[in-house]
Design a binder for this molecule. Structure first.
Ligand SMILES: Nc1nc2c(ncn2[C@@H]2O[C@H](COP(=O)(O)OP(=O)(O)OP(=O)(O)O)[C@@H](O)[C@H]2O)c(=O)[nH]1
Ligand SMILES: [Mg+2]
Length: 390
């Protein structure tokens, strides 16, 4: 089983990205060369803090959440944060099969809530241990904060220092084991549609420069950037200060933005006049605790909220794009690894062992087909490899 760790800040879109990735791999053109099924088992865990029972977000529910935003229509700006965060980690399994054979292998995606990656936090040692066993690291980047936030807001939302702390602990086994790190800008529809995806890629390189330099120095880490569209038509509008509309009678709280002293915009985009039993407060839940490279906490920053809109003048649609590039690049990396360590040597044997019953030759054939059909993309649409190790 090939282990992939999803990393990234709170609510940046990791689980939704996985939902679209599974969707595109299962239903997309690549299944002529590699058929795929969702091998995930249903699980329940207990929240470590509240002790409430948590159910794994099924990926199809995450897709439904995106569809719900898209189908509601209209041209007002709205908030996308529907369900609250959960605090556990979950494993999603994508089983890959060579068509017409029974040969298969599994990619296991470990998806944790953003809180897991707060360096120095309660999960610190757990994350460090898991990192040692992982083959691939996906760093989900919340593009609106990357591009529209101040430097502090971006570093806090995208937990840039914590990501560096963890990624510098990848175990390359003193240069013997190759690993792969992929930076994945998400929620980047606006920049794709405006033809500015290269600016996003440049900003990723700049923001994660220290991490990238460290990884390059290992000489055993492949580093890429793969921007993806998870939803395809939920377009970033602006970052606005976070407020809560509180109704003193019903005790109900709704996230909102302030229009004036008397008007707010509710999370669903509705304009609302503040009533006599209602007050508008700063949303204290939306504070970032900013961590430095030693894991020390710094004065918190009030987190602005990203507002989105649907395309104007046409119907919005769920159109995920390039999500399948992520597993395809991972599978290709796996193939290079198997090829390098074959024939015979201990790594060759191990290599085929950890990729199920699929052999190097099977993979080669599938990858050749995918390349000929133009289904694995390099050097276009913002997809870029910064460092190869084969
Ligand atoms: N506009 C937009 N919204 C998205 C996109 N992907 C996810 N969202 C929304 O962003 C919110 C957070 O998405 P999740 O996928 O739950 O994020 P996460 O990183 O898994 O969050 P945690 O597990 O809590 O850290 C959800 O309400 C999604 O509907 C996207 O590509 N574009
Ligand atoms: Mg999640």
């Amino acid at each position: 089983m090939l282990k992939v760790l999803m990393m990234g800040g709170r609510r940046c879109g990791k689980t939704s990205a996985l939902a679209s990735l599974f969707d595109q791999m299962i239903h997309g053109a690549t299944n002529k060369y590699l058929t795929v099924c969702d091998d995930t088992t249903v699980e329940t865990k207990v929240d470590p803090i509240t002790h409430e029972i948590e159910n794994k977000d099924s990926l199809s529910n995450k897709k439904l959440e995106l569809l719900h935003f898209i189908e509601k229509g209209g041209c007002d700006t709205f908030l996308v944060d529907a369900a609250g965060p959960n605090r556990n980690f979950w494993d999603y399994k994508l089983r890959i099969q060579i068509p017409g054979t029974s040969k298969s292998a599994t990619l296991q995606f470990r998806d944790s809530a953003g809180e897991f990656f707060d360096a120095g936090g309660m999960h610190h040692n757990e994350v460090v241990d898991f990192i040692k066993n992982c083959d691939v690291f996906v760093v989900a980047v919340d593009t609106p904060y990357l591009m529209a936030g101040s430097q502090a807001e971006n570093e806090a939302a995208n937990i840039v220092n914590s990501i560096q702390t963890f990624l510098t602990q990848i175990d390359n086994d003193e240069g013997r084991k190759e690993k792969q790190v992929i930076f994945v800008p998400i929620k980047c529809e606006k920049w794709i549609q405006e033809g500015k995806i290269d600016e996003v890629v440049q900003k990723v390189e700049k923001t994660y420069d220290a991490t990238i330099r460290h990884l390059k120095a290992t000489k055993k880490t492949e580093i890429s950037i793969i921007p993806i569209q998870t939803a395809g038509d939920i377009i970033f509008s602006e970052l606005r200060k976070a407020y809560i509309l509180y109704n003193k009678q019903t005790k109900k709280k709704i996230k909102c933005a302030k229009e004036s002293e008397r008007m707010v915009i509710l999370n669903n985009g509705e304009h609302h006049k503040i009533g006599p039993s209602e007050v508008v407060n700063e949303d204290m839940e939306s504070t970032f605790v900013y961590l430095d490279l030693k894991g020390n906490e710094h004065p918190s920053i009030l987190r602005p909220v990203a507002w989105y809109h649907l395309p104007i003048g046409r119907k919005a649609q769920y159109t995920p794009y390039n999500c399948e590039q992520l597993p395809l690049h991972i599978i290709r990396f796996m193939f290079y690894k198997m090829q390098k360590h074959a024939p015979g040597g201990i790594w060759g044997k191990l290599g085929s062992l950890i990729f199920g019953t699929i052999t190097k030759e099977d993979l080669q054939e599938a990858l050749t087909g995918l390349s000929r059909a133009g289904l694995i993309k390099d050097d276009k649409e913002g997809i870029k490899t910064l460092e190869r190790c084969f």
